[in-house]
Design a binder for this molecule. Structure first.
Ligand SMILES: [Zn+2]
Length: 552
């Protein structure tokens, strides 16, 4: 954690006019400064910055606060992230209460990225690729596009700059060959696209070969700072417009993003060589944006779009899918100048639910009654992942696509309307305690051992199956995704909370067992006495706060 002293010292150094003025243009107006508000659409200047009070305030939308608040709002950062951002722009070093985990990162990745950028112009074949694809110089600069030379040059650069080689290995810039104990560059003769974290630090690279290497695109390996299934390429460039337009465009490639931004679609990002996963959802929820998935029309693209649309619709996202037919992609269209056409496509994406139903049915020959029946069942199974309201809403749609009467579309197991998590509604009972324990396993895997030490998975009465899946780390399972995205289910926050919950659960468990054994007439007196003593002993220990093991 950042120490309070250093926060105060940093704040004392900040001037709100300076900070705000580094993001937007301010005009002097009396004792204050004015500008069109960056947080809502307007042409007049309702946005006022007061140097004497060191605050900003918008009379239009009510936004307001100090320098740190402005950076949080404008850059979509949390409090410590905003402090770190400000500290780095003002060359201020923050101090931390425990320096182990929060040690500020070195600038290694930024340095390597800058070096790659500088090399781009020295390589004619790299430059001609940039030109061929229609990438403007301004985009090269904005996205920090560069060129990675041969392996030796990179290794020598790191050595000559006295950068830490083992950090370069940890960050995935350099690989280490265990056998002959040598280091080698991960990116060799490739156009490089730096990948940033959501708050703008370089955490990896994407590389496009220009020497016809078999792998056309490669990404940095996953590291402590770089999780491919959580991040989007160019999110830090796009986030401001995502929040402003309440819309995000997700594409499949770096080049699509670069070209879309170039054409003014500055809310575009890309997945990093992976499918859209449940881990992306927290970032996607930010800014309450409508999600537009822009995918290729080939088999792989359609399958990925179908999977994403299922995930997003079941998780309550609004938005739709745009499919690029005929081998086209967004980058090609921008290069051809088909901006209007693109605009139209993004304006009218096919809503997720319709897309899923249409794609699902397209896999069947609906003139064959038997296939049609299977298709209907698959359609129904999908509808059941949606909220009760949406199920009713889309029942007629599914029926009309199948050319049958809506009365055939039977959504049995009518979900309860007050529960917004349809994937787990098929259980007759939704046990919040067990669900919370499952979410704890999913969010804090390091607590698994403690849980398994205390209880056997079979002790869960309602959700033991989901619990077992969670223990196995099978996070892709739809029921687990549903638990992860359901905000009414809250994970236990730490070991202490978990311990208290386990003690309460086990106490109830043994109370129940005690009652049961007392009522059993078929058990011999000796046996009864043995179990009564055993259960009472466990209950007594639990009462004193001792965690016992329950295997029966
Ligand atoms: Zn405003």
């Amino acid at each position: 954690m950042i120490t309070q002293d250093s926060i105060e010292a940093l704040k004392a150094r900040l001037d709100v006019v300076d900070v705000v003025g580094s993001y937007i243009e301010l005009k002097k107006a009396g004792a204050n400064f004015k500008a069109p508000c960056p947080f809502h659409d307007e042409k007049t200047g309702s946005f006022v910055v007061s140097p004497s009070k060191q605050i900003y305030h918008c009379f239009g939308c009510g936004a307001g606060g100090d320098s740190v608040k402005f950076v949080m709002e404008y850059e979509k950062l949390n409090y410590p992230e905003a402090l770190e951002k400000l500290a780095s722009s003002y060359n201020f070093s923050l101090s931390y209460t425990d320096n182990k985990d929060n040690k500020p990162r070195s600038q290694l990745m930024e340095k390597v990225s800058e070096w790659y950028q500088g090399l781009l112009t020295s390589k004619p074949s790299a430059l001609s690729y940039i030109k061929e694809r229609g990438i403007y110089e301004s985009s090269v600069e904005k996205f920090g596009i560069g060129y990675a030379p041969d392996s030796n040059a990179t290794i020598n650069y790191i050595k000559s700059q006295m950068l830490n080689m083992s950090e370069a290995v940890d960050m995935g810039v350099v690989g280490y060959n265990e056998e002959n104990r040598t280091t080698y560059a991960r990116f060799i003769e490739r156009i490089t696209f730096p990948i940033h974290s959501a708050n703008g630090t370089v955490v990896g690279f994407g590389g496009r070969t220009i020497t016809g290497h078999q792998a056309k695109y490669i990404n940095s390996p996953e590291t402590k700072f770089f999780n491919k299934s959580r991040l989007f390429y160019a999110y830090h460039h796009a986030k401001h417009d995502i929040y402003k337009k309440h819309e995000i465009i997700i594409t499949e490639g770096y080049l699509d993003v670069v070209m879309l931004h170039q054409a003014g679609f500055t809310n575009a990002v890309a997945t990093l060589g992976t499918a859209l996963t449940v881990e992306h959802l927290p970032l996607l929820r930010k800014g309450e944006a409508k999600v537009i998935m822009a995918y290729d029309g080939d088999g792989a693209g359609r399958a990925a779009a179908l999977k994403a649309a299922k995930l997003l619709s079941a998780s309550g996202f609004n938005g739709g899918v745009v499919i690029f037919e005929g081998g086209q992609d967004p980058a090609d269209m921008v290069q051809k100048g088909a901006i209007e056409e693109l605009s139209d496509m993004f304006r009218k994406p096919k809503p997720f639910i319709e897309f899923v139903i249409d794609e699902t049915l397209s896999l069947y020959n609906l003139s064959d009654p038997k296939a049609k029946e299977t298709a209907m069942h698959e359609g129904i199974a999908y509808l059941k992942t949606l909220s009760a309201m949406l199920q009713e809403e889309y029942k007629p749609y599914l029926a009309s696509r199948l050319g049958i009467s809506p009365s055939f579309v039977r959504l049995t197991n009518k979900p309860q309307t007050n529960q917004n998590n349809p994937l787990i509604q098929k259980n007759s009972h939704r046990d919040m305690w067990e669900l919370s324990l499952i979410k704890t396993v999913l969010e804090h895997p390091h607590l698994i051992d403690q849980i398994l030490d205390a209880l056997d998975p079979s002790l869960l009465q309602f959700h033991s199956q989901e619990f077992a899946m969670a223990i196995q780390g099978n996070r892709e399972a739809p029921t687990l995704m549903a638990i992860l995205v359901d905000e009414t289910i809250v994970a236990l926050k730490d070991e202490k909370a978990l311990r208290a919950e386990l003690i309460a659960f086990l106490s109830k468990h043994y109370e129940r067992k005690l009652k049961k054994i007392n009522m059993q007439s078929s058990v011999s007196f000796e046996e009864k006495a043995f179990y009564i003593r055993l259960y009472r002993g466990k209950i007594a220990k639990l009462k004193q706060g001792e965690l016992v093991t329950a295997r029966d």
